[in-house]
Design a protein around this ligand. Structure first.
Ligand SMILES: *Cc1c(COP(=O)(O)O)cnc(C)c1O
Length: 410
């Protein structure tokens, strides 16, 4: 049997699962026992079984029993304590630099404004044309609001932003550069430390959006000298729909940066309820209103699981899963006209793979009816999102086989 066809057999996929040191962790997720194929953990991660207990206990004991005393017993500091855990486990960030709060969209607005304000006299914000819609819209809105110019980096939809792309646009007018570490469409993984250096050499502030990388790609914000990062907690951090986002601000910037949504929770002394706003020291100044305590419960379970597995092991499995789906696409889908729209080099790839075909919109719709759940992104892209701790090799094979079957009857 040739290698090409061997990988398409269930015995091959089963052997991969049997040899996978992280395979037992999959049973800790709700739904692990079902035949459903989930290829969207990069969009909304599966819940852990222990999260059900955590939510029920929270209602019965913390909320129901401690009532308003809960604020003094941990809730008030939860954005900072959970932030530190995200920083330690997933971001390579020392304590005191990460906080949780707001949606990614709102937090991004706050952080871009803070970064722009830290570079007075500079008139440009740089972003790529294929960044996530929210990121592009927020940057355009702030530019309109403050009379700045957006400098667009044009990128290929199957690729992403290179070092040379950034070198070509930054200069003495650049205030802020906002980029995604992993491109939401193509899965392209940017050279984060090298681009950070290019931006800082131009005197600008870099903001990394790590929504599509946190929890699947190792990140070393302190080591790389990153200025600001923001990210989602409901994708690979499995915080549940609408779970709040996080922001990292390097300690050296905190005292000089201020954000525009001045609420009482970011005040130096919230319970003074004084006449005017005075920002807190440290990361608390980036908070605005009452933190989403319930929204921070589920992510704590996933953080604990990632901590147990270790980010390096998570990345190793992520690469193996994306490589397997690329190999299966070559073996089973290329003959149906499917084109890989993700880098082949694993060093340039995050945790998902995009497959292009003119019929993918219809294919995805028919797969959802059969409990095979990828997602669709224009133009013609089916995204195979592979959450490393909750996806098995057998699941990848079943899903890719279903895509082939749907294509041959499309
Ligand atoms: C998922 C994602 C968002 C989502 O923002 P929300 O405010 O949570 O809806 C923003 N930016 C990027 C890059 C994303 O991947």
């Amino acid at each position: 049997m040739s290698m090409q066809s061997e990988i398409t057999t269930s015995s091959y996929a089963e052997a991969q699962d049997a040899a996978d040191p992280l395979a037992p962790l999959r049973d800790e997720f709700v739904g692990a026992e079902s035949d459903l194929v989930y290829f969207d953990g990069n969009s909304l991660g599966r819940p852990l079984r222990v999260t059900g207990d955590r939510l029920r206990d929270f209602v019965a004991q913390a909320w129901g029993g401690r009532l308003i005393r809960g604020w003094d017993e941990g809730w008030y500091d939860l954005p900072l304590t959970v932030g530190d855990e995200i920083g330690r486990i997933c971001l390579g960030a020392a304590p005191g630099q990460t906080t949780v709060g707001d949606s990614t969209t709102v937090l991004l607005y706050k952080m871009v404004r803070a970064a722009v304000q830290a570079r007075p006299g500079r008139g440009e914000i740089v972003i790529d044309s294929d960044n996530f819609p929210t990121d592009r819209y927020i940057v355009q809105g702030i530019a309109d609001e403050l009379g700045l110019t957006v400098r667009w980096i044009e990128v290929e939809r199957h690729g992403g932003v290179s070092i040379a792309d950034v070198e070509a646009v930054v200069g003495p007018q650049t205030a802020v550069v906002l980029l995604s570490q992993v491109a939401y469409r193509s899965g392209y993984l940017a050279d984060t430390p090298a681009i950070t250096e290019v931006v800082q050499d131009a005197g600008a502030v870099v903001i990394w959006d790590v929504c599509h990388s946190v929890g699947s790609v190792p990140i070393q914000l302190d080591e790389w000298g990153v200025d600001i990062a923001i990210g989602c907690t409901y994708k690979y951090l499995n915080g549940g729909p609408g779970a709040p986002a996080f922001a990292y601000v390097a300690e050296r910037h905190q005292a000089a940066m201020s954000q525009p949504i001045q609420g009482w929770m970011g005040h130096a002394d919230p319970f003074l309820m004084g006449p005017s706003y005075e920002p807190s020291g440290g990361m608390r100044r980036f908070l605005s209103g009452t933190p989403a305590v319930i929204g921070m419960l589920a992510m704590q379970d996933m953080l604990e699981l990632i901590d147990r597995a270790g980010m390096e092991a998570v990345r190793a499995k992520s690469i193996a899963l994306t490589a397997y789906s690329v190999d299966l696409a070559d073996a089973m889908l290329a003959e149906h006209g499917v084109v890989l729209a993700t880098p082949r080099d694993p060093e340039q790839r995050g945790g998902h793979v995009t497959l292009n075909h003119p019929k993918m919109r219809e294919v995805v719709a028919s797969l959802w009816l059969r409990d095979v759940i990828p997602d669709y992104r224009d133009p013609g892209g089916l995204r195979v999102g592979l959450s490393p701790l909750s996806t098995s090799y057998a699941e990848v094979l079943a899903g890719m086989t279903a895509i082939r079957d749907a294509l041959s009857s499309a």
